[in-house]
Design a protein around this ligand. Structure first.
Ligand code: MG
Length: 246
């Protein structure tokens, strides 16, 4: 028996070695297809040429609606959109699945409140998975609820927060969850987040719908859903939001 195994191992090794040696032409490992589509990168904070502009410099809110239905009731001035307390969140009219999302946000220069009550908003992928927006500049709260946390799921790797009143960026790579026909989870969502260019969430697994209380669980939903921005009662501002579908 042992002899048979030894011979088998030897044969496999010889075969592997032969297979390795067979490729002598460097051209054999070149791949010419598919040809990547040409995308012109944006200058500075400008979007790349293939991005969908969700919030640009012009005063155009046509991509958004209130989560309470109808028009957005937040303050909008010169491309800067600011949460208006108690008017509800806003969401994109278009639905998105896997994507690269760029968002610029700013917490109020005049600091008021503390912990979760200071500059709180949030970016909800698919209307249910929150990347926390918070003034986490010298403002302690639970770590899995500070800026750039996946709310109550993942603590950011570092705190890359800029001071209140200063514009900040999130660059998010989102892979949507998938579900079996019976509604059970096939594969969880994953997310990567850069906060002001610093990696803060490194391809982490989403555990389920964001919830304030209790354990996060998945509930079957469509492949594409809106992006939502949260009204948490603080006048957090947004500008220059664009998305690339993946
Ligand atoms: Mg929030």
């Amino acid at each position: 028996m042992r002899k048979t195994i030894a011979i088998a191992v030897l044969l496999v090794s010889v075969y592997a070695l032969t297979a390795q040696q067979e490729i002598t032409d460097p051209l054999a490992t070149e791949k010419w297809n598919p040809v990547p589509v040409v995308v012109t990168p944006g200058e500075g904070t400008q979007p790349p040429s293939d991005a969908i502009i969700l919030l640009g410099k012009d005063n155009d809110l046509s991509m958004w609606e209130s989560t309470k239905g109808g028009k957005v009731k937040w303050d909008f001035d010169n491309g800067t959109l600011t949460v208006k307390k108690n008017t509800g969140g806003i969401r994109t009219r278009n639905y998105f699945g896997d994507c690269q999302l760029h968002v610029e946000w700013r917490t109020p220069e005049t600091v008021s409140g503390e912990g979760q009550g200071r500059g709180n908003s949030g970016i909800f992928l698919m209307e249910r998975y929150e990347v926390q927006v918070l003034d986490s500049y010298h403002n302690r709260t639970y770590s899995n609820g500070q800026a750039a946390s996946i709310y109550k799921q993942h603590i950011p790797l570092v705190n890359a927060c800029r001071p209140p009143g200063v514009w900040q960026t999130y660059d998010i790579i989102w892979k949507a969850p998938s579900f079996h026909d019976d509604g059970s989870l096939k594969s969880p969502a994953t997310i990567t987040v850069l906060h002001n260019g610093v990696l803060v969430q490194n391809h982490v697994e989403i555990k389920g719908t964001t919830s304030f209380i209790g354990i996060h669980t998945y509930k079957h939903h469509p492949e594409r859903l809106p992006i939502m921005l949260q009204d948490h009662g603080n006048p957090v501002s947004y500008r220059n939001i664009w998305i690339r579908e993946l």
